[in-house]
Write a protein that binds this ligand. Structure first.
Ligand SMILES: NC(=O)C1=CN([C@@H]2O[C@H](COP(=O)(O)OP(=O)(O)OC[C@H]3O[C@@H](n4cnc5c(N)ncnc54)[C@H](OP(=O)(O)O)[C@@H]3O)[C@@H](O)[C@H]2O)C=CC1
Ligand SMILES: N[C@@H](CC=O)C(=O)O
Ligand code: NA
Length: 429
């Protein structure tokens, strides 16, 4: 007997998934067991790229999650509500759920996984992080015998696409964002991408899997790419770096009972493996013991890539439904109950790149050095790079420093009469 799917959403990801399921030749034969039974959308009048039999498509999404015939609900509508309520209702009705919705999982994971565990069903979310890259299952299974020290990723396709085109073509931020939207990479509200919130949701999910505890999303520091200018990209290039929006979860430097979980634009040395990840590609570098470093790389967004991840989850569940036992499979279920302790960003120890615009006064560099010295900030390089009108431009790269100390030094520097402004402040990997 076939396994019946109720798919919520027929946009970029839903359409890609239906296309994949309607073309099963040379794919895993288990896919032939899957029937696209119901599909829920917002508007019945919209032109669609896929054809479905009469009566399959509906705007009544609740009827899908409540339909006793549906075995697996695939949630690809996105957003928080009604996605959360529909997922919970499906789980309570004993249906397995596949979702690509990192925003809902990062916020309501506790409620969703608890409900799933109580109902004895699974929530699979491979598409929620890294698009088509298998990263959730590897962290849950293949890599889970390691002690993980750090997960560092480029996990937002939209911003990586924007930064790459700004770097390679000198393109303008807004124009490239429009292209990313047209290509189906961006969220319905692209501020989630641009402001680092989408990457924040994703690193919260990865941290939870890698470090074995739940994450309060409000503890995750997230900074986006709006402040990254063409000027910074050009200076970074001269200094031997590329600027990437990195999502980082690692054991805290001085207190290994805490985690540091954060998203921010970062100067990445050109020789680092993440420096060459361009366009919509994502990569996640996992460091652990005894494995060392593993980098998972691939397309981070887009219809086909994301459909690959969604459909692989469907396949897992089809296999599970066919071999179902009374006890849940612990490799598929969520095993976390407790929350991780997250260190505040002020405790982060990192290098900084900072660009100052200064007035033409003598001894400015000396004054900067004194302020930094007052807070134990030592400098790796100081370069006076040129002029912007009347103002001299000075670029500073520090050695490792505690972010709180560095911010105090900057507060003192801002008070100097020689300082006009500090247009850029970026962390260096
Ligand atoms: N796009 C990508 O590359 C990736 C997306 N994701 C995630 O996948 C999910 C879906 O994204 P994507 O396909 O891009 O989104 P789209 O905006 O392209 O599609 C959303 C679909 O859901 C339907 N929908 C939305 N809200 C409702 C509602 N309230 N009631 C009924 N139907 C609704 C829409 O219906 P209608 O068509 O009638 O408007 C549409 O078919 C999101 O969680 C996203 O974060 C994850 C990885 C990559
Ligand atoms: N908007 C997201 C889509 C995939 O998760 C991105 O750009 O990475
Ligand atoms: Na993935």
């Amino acid at each position: 007997m076939g396994v019946k799917l109720g798919i919520l959403g027929l946009g970029t990801v839903g359409t890609g998934t239906v296309q994949l399921l309607q073309d099963t030749t040379d794919r895993n034969p288990l896919l032939q067991e899957v029937e696209i039974y119901r599909v829920g959308v917002r508007s019945l009048d919209k032109p669609r790229e896929v054809q479905l039999p009469e009566g399959v498509v509906t705007t009544d999404l609740e009827s899908i999650v409540n339909d006793p015939e549906v075995d697996i609900v695939v949630e690809v509508i996105g957003g928080l509500e009604p996605a959360r309520s529909l997922i919970l209702q499906a789980l309570k009705n004993g249906k397995h759920v596949v979702t690509a919705n990192k925003a809902a999982i990062a916020r309501f994971g506790d409620e969703i996984f608890t409900t799933a565990n109580e109902a004895g069903v699974y929530v699979l979310l491979e598409a929620a992080v890294g698009g088509g890259i298998p990263v959730i299952q590897p962290l849950k299974q293949s890599l889970s015998v390691n002690r993980i020290h750090a997960v560092t990723g480029i996990v937002n396709g939209t911003t990586n696409y924007i930064l790459t085109r700004m770097q390679q073509e000198g393109s303008n931020f807004e124009d490239v964002l429009v292209d990313a939207q047209r290509l189906g990479y961006a969220e319905a509200d692209p501020t989630a991408d641009v402001d680092g919130l989408d990457a924040g949701d994703k690193i919260a999910i990865l941290a939870s899997l890698a470090f074995g505890g739940r994450i309060h999303l409000e503890d995750v520091y997230a900074e986006g790419i709006r402040q990254v200018s063409k000027t910074d990209i050009a200076y970074a290039e001269k200094l031997g770096f590329v600027i990437k929006l990195l999502a980082i979860a690692k054991l805290h430097a001085s207190d290994r009972s805490k985690l540091s979980v954060r998203v921010h634009p970062t100067l990445v040395p050109k020789a680092h493996p993440l420096a060459s990840i361009n366009g919509v590609y994502n990569a996640i570098l996992v460091e652990g013991e005894p494995i060392g470093q593993v980098m998972l790389f691939g397309p981070g967004a887009g219809a086909g890539a994301t459909a690959s991840a969604v459909t692989s989850d469907i396949l897992h569940l089809v296999a599970t439904l066919k071999t179902s036992t009374a006890n849940p499979n612990p490799l598929l279920a969520c095993r976390h109950q407790d929350y991780c302790e997250i260190a505040p960003i002020s405790e982060l120890v990192t290098r900084f790149y900072t660009r100052f615009l200064t007035r033409d006064q003598s001894g400015v560099i000396g004054k900067l050095g004194t302020c930094f010295g007052n807070y134990g900030v030592s400098l790796e390089s100081v370069v006076q790079t040129g002029f912007q009108g009347e103002l001299a431009e000075i670029v500073v790269v520090t050695h490792d420093v505690k972010e709180g100390d560095f911010r105090q030094a900057l507060a003192e520097i801002r008070e100097l009469s020689a300082i006009d402004s500090i247009p850029s402040l970026l962390r260096v990997l």
